[in-house]
Write a protein that binds this ligand. Structure first.
Ligand code: 5AD
Ligand code: SF4
Length: 354
């Protein structure tokens, strides 16, 4: 099939083979007129699908980066255990609750608690935090992003009131996964976690970085097909950005155009998914998030962490931490999006992919 026909087949609801999808992605990556043509077509369809299911609303989530300690050693991440230059901090339960109160006063109805895999935060501690947030803000959704844990742990957190869970799969190809992570982390366990979370009734978010070292078009095709199979409610996609204190310091960042194309394809393959225009996308281009929204994204996650810790949660170099992506700048954010005819929405914004 010609790549245009592959794209039309997907637009019409067909599921491509891995070979077809990687051919489409590979053609896009080679650039030229054909790449521009397939991008414009995919982007237009993705935008229309987003409009159909969610309108021109961009949902806001308040992000609380509550611990920069991590026991893992992912090769790409600035918070990895072996990075001795990383500044580590933990918020106390009280500080986390204050962040939520502050967020609620600004109008937020979703709180995302994100952190490294930090043994300090036992089930008992997290259960207490989640229960207290839910007691103080019963109508708000609580999203956890705390990495791989046991079924029983996920179960206890769900029972405490956690509504959603973000855990990017990072790469759906075993060999590529193994190039991004040390042996202690496996794709098999990552998938186990994602399916456990789904079975427990969480709204689940998976996802991956674009342009990570060694990533091929076939890897990206496998990522999209895995998402199609998992049927998550959210999908986080952003560019890989090197961090100077990691083994991947000398690799180049993922390209804006490829991220946008992946966002558009994700919207086409999973029309009802919630799709953030990530901070990483806003980091590689000033108008990155607006362009993400124009390619089908519909979520942004402003930072609600206490100001003094924001620069310490450095997953990659030059991560945005003081501009329009912060909770203090919702007005500026609204202005940015109004220029592309989108409105900010601070309701819970549950996924329609249920
Ligand atoms: N560049 C871009 N994204 C990164 N993440 C971690 N390190 C980097 C990096 N160097 C992403 C991972 C992780 C999420 C919390 O941040 O995909 O799942
Ligand atoms: Fe830890 Fe997550 Fe960074 Fe891996 S990506 S080192 S698990 S914070």
């Amino acid at each position: 099939m010609r790549v245009n026909d592959i794209l039309e087949m997907i637009i019409n609801g067909g599921v491509p083979t891995k070979k077809e999808l990687s051919e489409l992605i590979e053609t896009f990556r080679r650039g030229g007129d054909i790449a521009a043509e397939i991008y414009e077509r995919a982007r237009g369809v993705a935008e229309a699908l987003r409009d159909e299911h969610y309108g021109r609303r961009v949902f806001l989530r308040g992000l609380i980066e509550f611990t920069s300690y991590c026991k893992n050693n992912c090769y790409y991440c600035g918070l990895r255990r072996d990075n001795k230059n990383a500044e580590r901090y933990r918020l106390t339960e009280e500080q986390i609750l204050e962040c939520c109160d502050y967020g609620a006063s600004l109008g937020f109805n979703t709180f995302v608690l994100q952190g490294g895999e930090d043994g300090h935060f036992t089930d008992e501690k997290l259960v207490s935090i989640v229960s207290k947030i839910k007691a103080a803000h019963p109508k708000a959704a609580v999203t956890l992003s705390v990495g791989e844990r046991s079924y029983d742990s996920y179960k206890a957190l769900r029972a405490a009131g956690a509504d959603r869970f973000l855990l990017r799969h990072e790469s759906a190809t075993d060999e590529h996964y193994a190039k991004l992570h040390p042996e202690s982390l496996t794709l098999e366990n990552r998938k186990r976690c994602l399916y456990d979370l789904k079975s427990l009734g969480y709204q689940v978010g998976a996802g991956f970085m674009v342009g990570s070292p060694y990533q091929t078009s076939e890897n990206l095709a496998a990522d999209l097909l895995f998402l199609r199979e998992l049927q998550p409610q959210m999908v986080g996609i952003g560019p890989f950005i090197p961090h100077r204190d990691t083994p991947f310091r000398d690799y180049t960042a993922g390209g804006l155009e490829l991220v946008l194309f992946m966002l558009a394809l994700t919207r086409i393959l999973l029309p009802k998914v919630l799709l953030p225009a990530t901070t990483a996308l806003g980091t590689i281009a000033n108008d990155g998030r607006e362009r993400g929204v124009l390619a089908g994204a519909n979520v942004v996650m402003p930072n609600l962490s206490p100001i003094d810790v924001r620069k310490k949660y450095l997953l990659y170099n030059d991560k945005l931490c003081s501009g329009d992506e912060t909770a203090e700048h919702i007005k500026e954010l609204a202005e940015r999006f109004s220029k592309i005819n989108c409105v900010l929405d601070m309701s819970r914004g549950d996924s329609k992919n249920i």
